[in-house]
Ligand binder design. Structure first.
Ligand SMILES: NC(=O)C1=CN([C@@H]2O[C@H](COP(=O)(O)OP(=O)(O)OC[C@H]3O[C@@H](n4cnc5c(N)ncnc54)[C@H](O)[C@@H]3O)[C@@H](O)[C@H]2O)C=CC1
Ligand SMILES: O=C([O-])CC(=O)C(=O)O
Length: 326
């Protein structure tokens, strides 16, 4: 059995938190040989509900759960953290402009980034789930100059899984037979789910689906899936978001399989994405580090869409820079 790993989860009393914590405690995040200590961060008003969730976690008697601590202070919550799942964020409310949203989240992710810088373990890995996830991750990363930038990532795995499922349903193929799909860009409606390198049962996806379906159905369905869930459920995706967070960190720590996956990581300039922007790429996890899959041909159809999403990310970066948040 390995040593216990400290997993800090922010927004622990929210709906994603409720779907996420039980799966972490059961061993699905890090594997069956790794005990976990949960460190839950909430705002003061959320602490009582987090305590209730902790009671239920204890009542599951998970063999791998070695402890739960609850905090309303980020420095304490990230003390010794090996994994940070940054879920809590300020949601957009009616009448809120984009700048207001970025500013409100800057007030959360700046201090949390600094708390990570000052208190986390040297192997800290951060996944930002709270929206706008890519730019929140950038803000946190810029406040953690002593932590390697590559340890700050944002979640596009839910988009990736949504795309896999849409393609599986369209072609009548099990999800397990689909490889090398990519989400590029921002976790927003501009994201680009790319099937041009994907294979389905070993055949190129482009032999099984045409551009009209990609453009008219697939891309908008994947990109607007979050809004469609909110419309249908009356609440945003929670269990599927928690599932994607588990997938992201599990693969980061344990490695990807034969297929690549998608994650938003700081750009090294690959594929013309400006360096430093936290953008989604095709990635493999090798020796505990994300690597961008290199050398893929990008056709005109893809280039246009990648550029549009990256332009949105550059706009968000410029906006938070102007607001003095990074
Ligand atoms: N990247 C992705 O694919 C997805 C991202 N999301 C985003 O995840 C976030 C969380 O979603 P839900 O759990 O459904 O929201 P929720 O509103 O149910 O829970 C958020 C929790 O965060 C807490 N919180 C707020 N500020 C905090 C802070 N400074 N420190 C610690 N905790 C804080 C709140 O008290 C609340 O309990 C949202 O921003 C949502 O938009 C949701 C689905 C998918
Ligand atoms: O918009 C939201 O809060 C939910 C979201 O990110 C998604 O489901 O992809």
């Amino acid at each position: 059995m390995n040593q216990p790993v400290n997993v800090t989860v922010t927004g622990a009393a929210g709906q994603i938190g409720y779907a996420l914590l039980f799966r972490i405690a059961s061993g699905q995040l890090l594997g069956p040989d790794t005990p976990v200590r949960l460190r839950l961060l909430e705002i003061p008003q959320g602490v009582k509900a987090a305590e209730g969730t902790a009671m239920e976690l204890h009542d599951c008697a998970f063999p791998l759960l070695s402890g739960i601590d609850i905090f309303d202070d980020a420095n304490a919550a990230f003390d010794g953290a090996n994994v940070g799942l940054l879920v809590g964020a300020r949601p957009r409310t009616a009448g809120m402009e984009r700048g207001d949203l970025l500013e409100a989240n800057g007030g959360i992710f700046g201090p949390q980034g600094k708390a990570i810088n000052d208190n986390a373990a040297s192997d800290i890995r951060v996944l930002v789930v709270g929206n706008p996830a890519n730019t929140n991750a950038l803000i946190a990363q810029r406040h953690a100059p002593d932590v390697p930038a590559e340890r700050f990532t944002a979640m596009t795995r839910l988009d990736h899984n949504r795309a896999l499922s849409q393609l599986a349903q369209k072609t009548g193929t099990p999800v397990s037979q689909i490889e090398n799909l990519t989400i590029w860009g921002n976790h927003s409606a501009t994201q680009y789910p790319d099937v041009f390198h994907a294979t389905i049962g070993g055949r190129p996806a482009t032999e099984l689906v045409d551009e009209a379906w990609l453009d008219g159905e697939f891309i908008p369905t994947v990109a607007k899936r979050g809004a469609a869930i909110i419309d249908a459920r009356g609440a945003s995706s929670a269990a599927s978001a928690a599932n994607a967070a588990i997938d992201h960190v599990h693969d980061w720590v344990n490695g990807t399989g034969s297929s690549w996956t998608s994650a938003a990581i700081p750009s090294d300039g690959s594929y013309g994405v400006p360096e430093g922007i936290i953008s989604s790429f095709p990635v493999r996890s090798v020796d505990g580090r994300w690597e961008i899959v290199q050398g893929l041909e990008v056709n005109d159809f893809s280039r246009q869409r990648i550029d549009a999403s990256v332009a949105e990310l550059v706009g968000e970066r410029d906006a938070v820079q102007e607001l003095g948040l990074i």
